[in-house]
Design a protein around this ligand. Structure first.
Ligand code: IMP
Ligand code: MG
Length: 178
């Protein structure tokens, strides 16, 4: 199937919103020791922009989980491909995600992390598609609520491509002509 990518959220708007989220996080976490935990690979671009704007001595770590194949639909199966490097017991964790869609991935990850005896767990997501939710989970810091469209850019991929787009685009599928 043929497709094009249309801009949904321009670069300037994303950058501005990330600064707002960063200042909220900075205010909330001042004086606390936080581990900022990115979910690979989707969170990487967002997380690197975000943490540069947070003026507190934070620690970063990453986890890798799989929830999707190469298509656009959730399998509902979450597998831990890479656990954290650091011990999370007693720590304050801020999970960074690119998007909350059905919520299946984050619900699993959140419970997995909480089961390590953390002091607190919060979620920061660049995008949220609330209309797609299948389980009860919410972001504590949400960049943008978006409609039920398949988006790419700023870390989000379509079949592993377009993560490096500096804006959020919608993938529009067209019936092949001729
Ligand atoms: P969930 O478990 O359905 O909430 O899926 C979360 C994961 O699905 C995200 O971390 C993304 O990797 C992927 N995902 C969901 N919606 C989109 C989208 O619109 N574009 C690209 N990836 C998406
Ligand atoms: Mg992801």
């Amino acid at each position: 199937m043929d497709y094009t990518i249309e801009t949904l959220i321009p670069r300037e708007a994303v950058e501005k919103r990330i600064k707002e989220l960063a200042s909220e996080i900075e205010k909330d976490y001042k004086g606390r020791e936080v581990i900022v935990l990115g979910l690979l690979k989707g969170s990487v671009i967002f997380m690197s922009d975000l943490i540069k704007e947070i003026d507190i001595p934070l620690v970063i770590d990453f986890m890798s989980v799989s929830s999707y194949g190469n298509g656009t639909d959730s399998t509902g199966v979450v597998k831990i491909l890479k656990d954290t490097d650091f011990e999370l017991k007693g720590k304050e964790i801020l999970i960074i995600e690119d998007i909350i869609d059905t919520g299946l991935t984050l619900k699993y990850v959140r419970e997995f992390i909480e089961s390590k005896g953390t002091k607190s767990v919060a979620i920061c997501t660049l995008l949220d598609k609330p209309s797609r939710r299948k389980v009860d989970i919410k972001g504590d810091y949400v960049g943008f609520e978006i409609p039920d469209e398949f988006v790419v850019g700023y870390g989000l991929d379509y079949a592993q491509k377009y993560r490096n787009l500096p804006y959020i685009g919608v993938v529009e599928f067209h019936e092949d002509e001729e």
